[in-house]
Design a protein around this ligand. Sequence first.
Ligand code: 13P
Length: 249
Amino acid sequence: MTESIKLIAGNWKMNGVGESLEEAAALRVSLDAEAANCRVALCPPATLIERMSATVGGSAIEVGGQDCHAAASGAFTGSVSAEMLADAGANLVILGHSERRTGFGETNADVAAKVEAALAAGLEPIICVGETLEQREAGEAVAVVSEQVMQSLPQSLSCNAFAVAYEPVWAIGTGLTPTLEQIEEVHVAVRAAIVARLGAGGEKAPILYGGSVKPSNAKEILNVKEVGGALVGGASLKAEDFLGIIRAV
Ligand code: 13P
């Protein structure tokens, strides 16, 4: 197993307005006082990236977007480019989240194109994969997730920093989590798929687990083989909950 520094990233999804930055400010105060044993990132809605960056600027907290367009610029009303995220202060971007794949019809090829756009703008992509409940119950989880990795990761990643996040769709926002054995089985398969796709350039990228991570289950999940961090939804909205997860590293 290749051990590198873990990444704990919070995905605020479509939650948060200006006053929510108080949570980011509180997180900053705590992490300024007690250095985290890992990388910490917050991914707020696009409207908050610039203000979030100002709030946590100079601290250890990194800022990410939740999606970007595959094109660098142009007539794409309502979309945000990777360069715009970087310009607003982001250094990371979540791509291919299941809520984008199912809600907005994003394919593996779309995700791969967005990854290329992110890399061109100097952003570190966090590429999400995960099976549905039906696929899990049909015994297809490993095959589905391995295929998503193979198809969503462009070759150009091999010489860039990136992360993959395994988020079982049925574990997102449900309070359900896979067993530790199930998490290990998929994470080991994801590592094998990354290395099959990218060669040695895929040996070190952290593989995050996401789906109902909370302070009470973070430690056992983060200790599973090949779990290189967590992608946290609901529990990242409150500084105290998110800190509980960060402290579990
Ligand atoms: P929850 O932590 O709310 O289950 O969300 C997980 C997720 O989708 C993070 O991207």
